[in-house]
Design a protein around this ligand. Structure first.
Ligand code: PHB
Length: 402
């Protein structure tokens, strides 16, 4: 348990409007991959409970775990998808429950690219692809070659199909499911990020070769998905300094400030011209993907504010100074910033209520993050609630939502 102070009388609990969404507080459930979906990537009953439990404080915002927008982008097992009607129908039940709770939900649309599982992707019938045929590391190369699914670069025609057919399909399904926001996963070394960064994008066509051209894929995706869902329901997540997935971070070929500053300036330009994005979400350099940065690099996301003036969601390590939450309180001070939690939101389903009341936080158990049972997932009670029985929850696995 971690004792904390109440944030009730701070800006954290001042209402804020993000896009069309009226929120009662500035705490967000960050996208949190947990592998509790069904084998065909349909979200499960366990996920329904997970998002239900985390939206009981009315006016909260949760962002779904990374959700495969198309198997052509690459596949991992037992993560959810949003590329079939069946997926959309299951997601709709989750969205409806969140809305009954008076809260809001964003779907995070994911394209894996070079870091996809070459075996699972081959089984789904698709090649392993990236902007360029550059593996994350030697092990990834060996695994892809052993699977008979070596990494290859996308053709320009495939890129067009990815944007205007695959993202198009996922965006329309997101509208059908009733999501409040569609967040493009542009972070953590996945496909959009692979296009953005010079170390992973050696293309010489319209999609690579300069800061502007490397930004084109992200911007084309935003422009197209924005035209379907509406810009006020659109969002993007970025990790300028991240090294997760073999990315360069501060040691990359091109300064993140240059690359991401340009991308953000284009997003800001659209905002000023009337296409205002719902929010931009940032991974802080304190965390790389799902691991703590042990060599915090030179760099800070503070540059973002001098470019992008809309709502920001910042995530990564804000629980590290739980007790006083000094960094969190400093960062919300600009009035247009929300703070997202992942790990503490796993182990505290009622996190917003606890921050409001100043109730102790339960510590998370990392060893159950990527297992398949309910233990370590929906087994953490709300404050004052009854603990569940380990042996029983370890037997409980994902089932269809009915
Ligand atoms: C993960 O599967 O560990 C993961 C997924 C999405 C992220 C980061 C990490 O953005």
């Amino acid at each position: 348990m971690v004792a904390i102070k109440s944030l009730k009388d701070t800006k954290v609990f001042a209402p804020i409007t993000v896009g069309q969404a009226q929120l009662s507080n500035r705490i967000v459930f960050a996208p949190t991959t947990r592998k509790r979906a069904l084998d065909d990537h349909t979200p499960s009953d366990l996920e329904l409970q997970h998002y239900d439990d985390r939206t009981k404080y009315p006016g909260s915002l949760v962002i779904t775990e990374a959700t495969i927008a198309s198997p052509r982008f690459g596949v991992y097992s037992n993560v959810p998808g949003l590329f079939t009607k069946k997926h959309a129908q299951a997601w709709k039940k989750i969205v409806d429950r969140v809305h009954e709770n008076g809260s809001k939900i964003a779907v995070q649309l994911w394209g894996l690219g070079r870091v996809a599982d070459p075996v699972a992707t081959k089984e789904a019938g698709f090649p392993l692809i990236g902007p360029s045929a550059i593996y994350e590391n030697e092990d990834a190369k060996k695994a892809a070659e052993a699977a008979g699914n070596p990494l290859r670069s996308l053709t320009e025609e495939e890129i067009q199909e990815f944007i205007y057919k695959e993202y198009d399909n996922a965006a329309r399904l997101a509208v059908e499911a009733g999501f409040d926001f569609v967040e493009i996963h542009g972070a953590n070394g996945y496909l959009v990020d692979q296009f953005l960064q010079a170390d992973t994008n050696k293309r010489t066509d319209r999609y690579g070769g300069s800061i502007e051209k490397r930004s084109r894929y992200a911007l084309d995706v935003l422009d197209h998905v924005g035209s379907i869902v509406g810009w006020d329901k659109l969002a993007i997540r970025l990790s300028p300094w991240g090294k997760f997935g073999g990315m360069g971070g501060a040691d990359g070929e091109v300064s993140p400030v240059g690359q991401f500053g340009y991308l953000l300036s284009e997003i800001e330009r659209r905002r000023r011209q009337g296409n205002a994005i719902g929010y931009v979400s940032l991974v802080e350099p304190r965390v790389y993907g799902n691991v703590d940065a042990d060599d915090v690099p030179f760099g800070s996301n503070d540059f973002v504010r001098s470019v992008f003036k809309g709502p920001l969601v910042r995530a990564g390590g804000y629980g590290d100074d739980a007790a006083l939450f000094k960094t969190l309180l400093d960062d919300v001070e600009d009035g247009n910033t929300l703070i997202a939690f992942s790990r503490y939101y796993t182990s505290n389903p009622d996190l917003v209520q606890r921050l409001h009341d100043g109730s102790d936080l339960t510590h998370y158990e990392r060893e159950f993050f990527y297992t398949s049972s309910n233990w370590g997932y929906n087994s953490y009670p709300a404050a004052g609630g009854k603990a569940l029985v380990e042996d029983i929850e370890k037997l409980r696995v994902a089932l269809p939502i009915h």
